[in-house]
Structure formats: structure tokens, C-alpha cells
Ligand binder design. Structure first.
Ligand code: SAM
Length: 245
């Protein structure tokens, strides 16, 4: 874990991670964000629910949450946290209370604030390989419900982007040598300034093998949305993976 916890924010970030507007534009080319976050919001539910979104990125999920929700987001990207605050002030985000923290998501292990109602892990597991199981188990210990949304593959040959522009670029990327693609990724795509290209591109499942992976960790509800699978677990019913040993 040391390498993750010692990560600093000073490393180079690609263009989308320097501007929340560009990040939101590009992710909408790749994923059906409206459908994805609406489903997650539906499974969070209405009422005075305390949601912890780790990492929160630009807080796009919060736009779909009921106004009575307490939204808490942690991320190492200060610009993204600032964008969430602006979006909240401009009423693009309508939740009643917002708590933002510039923090490493693995700091949840030191949480003393009691359980959150829901922890959401969205589009992060492939970034933090090989520490993804550790994060899932931490989330299960600190929430009554865990919702994970993750693409089942980061392989250029297998991604099916959401719209025409996304599909066009994915098609072009398929023909580039790895060295050139890595360079483009570094400056223009998914380089979050925290996790390496090598780690992020090792994430390879099929929808079926990803479901089996999450079932072993106690998840029992699965919804496929394009390249993403939303997996849901209610930890008090789930068997923690460490308990199985
Ligand atoms: C692909 S984005 C996903 C953000 C958001 N959940 C979403 O659905 O758009 C990945 C985010 O993870 C953040 N990140 C990566 N590793 C992190 C860590 N160890 N602690 C906190 N944030 C991290 C990056 O700053 C980036 O904003």
C-alpha cells in the first residue's frame, strides 16, 4: 500500500485531469453518463442519505442525487474539487450538503466518523491496480451499501464507446503502436497524475468474469450499462473476503 499512500499530486496530469470541463466532455463521449449515474442515484435512494463518493472526480454523480442527500467526495485532484464547489453554487448540483476533501481514498481505513449510508467507487478500480480488492474491502467495512461502477475492460480493442466521436477515436487508437498510444494517454487521455499507464491498462475482464469477480467479494446485484458494470453489495448480508479464509 505504501506506493499508493505516498502518491503526491505533483506528478504530471493529462489535459482532461487539468480541466473538469474537458474531463466531463470526454467521459460523456465514452460512457452514457446520464444512464449510468441515474441508475447509481436510484440505488442510493432518496431521503437524508450520506453518500461518500471515492474518488469523486468532477462530482458528476452528485448532479443526479436527490436534494436531501448529503454528498461527500474525496479526490487528490484539487481542480476537480473546485469544479464541484462551483457546480454546487451554480445549482447544477442540488444536494443539501456537500463535504469535499482533498485526500487519498485509501485514508478511509483511518475513518472514525462511523459508517456512511453508501460508498460509491466509480471508474477507479482500474486506476489503482493491484490495490483494488483492498479498497473494495475497506468500502465494505465503512458503509451499509457499496455501489461500484467500473468498465470491464480498458483494452483499446474491446472498448465500445458511447457516441460517434468516442467510437471514432477508439477506432483510430486501435491501430497505434503501444509506445505512441502511451504517449497520447500521458498527455491527452487517462493519466490522472497518480496512477501509471501500466497499472491502468492491466484491467481486463469480460462482463461474465467481472460479475464472478464481484460475486466472490459478496456483491449480488449487477447492471450492465455499455462498457460498465454497476455492482451492488449490502455488506451486512455479504461475506467479507477475509472472513472466507
Ligand atoms: C477516472 S476518474 C473517476 C472519477 C469519478 N469517480 C467519476 O466517476 O468520474 C479517477 C479519479 O481518481 C482520482 N484518484 C486516483 N487515485 C486516487 C487516490 N489514490 N486517492 C484519491 N483520488 C485518486 C483522480 O484524481 C481522478 O479524479
Amino acid at each position: 500500500m505504501a506506493s499508493v499512500l505516498n502518491s503526491s499530486t505533483t506528478r504530471f496530469k493529462s489535459l482532461p485531469y487539468r480541466s473538469g470541463i474537458i474531463y466531463n466532455f470526454l467521459t460523456q463521449r465514452l460512457y452514457d453518463q446520464k444512464k449510468k449515474y441515474s441508475i447509481i442515484a436510484r440505488h442510493i435512494g432518496n431521503g437524508k442519505i450520506h453518500v461518500l463518493d471515492i474518488p469523486c472526480g468532477t462530482g458528476f454523480l452528485a448532479r443526479y442525487l436527490h436534494s436531501s442527500t448529503i454528498y461527500e467526495g474525496w479526490d487528490l485532484n484539487k481542480k476537480f474539487l473546485k469544479k464541484i464547489k462551483t457546480d454546487w453554487k451554480k445549482k447544477r448540483i442540488k444536494v443539501r450538503k456537500i463535504i469535499l476533501k482533498h485526500s487519498n481514498i485509501f485514508e478511509i481505513k483511518n475513518n472514525t466518523e462511523g459508517k456512511r449510508d453508501v460508498i460509491v467507487l466509480c471508474d477507479i478500480l482500474h486506476h489503482i491496480m493491484p490495490h483494488h480488492v483492498k479498497l473494495i474491502n475497506l468500502a465494505k467495512q465503512h458503509a451499509r451499501k457499496v455501489i461500484i461502477c467500473e468498465p470491464f475492460t480498458t483494452n483499446r480493442g474491446e472498448i465500445q464507446a458511447h457516441d460517434f466521436l468516442g467510437r471514432f477515436f477508439i477506432y483510430i487508437f486501435k491501430f497505434l503502436p503501444v509506445s505512441l498510444f502511451k504517449l497520447i494517454d500521458f498527455f491527452l487521455i487517462d493519466n490522472d497524475g497518480v496512477n501509471s499507464f501500466e497499472k491502468r491498462t492491466k484491467w481486463k475482464f469480460t462482463p461474465h468474469s467481472m460479475k464472478l469477480f464481484f460475486e466472490k467479494l459478496g456483491f449480488d446485484k449487477f447492471i450492465k450499462v455499455g462498457d460498465n458494470i454497476i455492482s451492488i453489495c449490502t455488506p451486512k448480508r455479504a461475506v467479507l473476503s477475509k472472513d472466507k479464509k
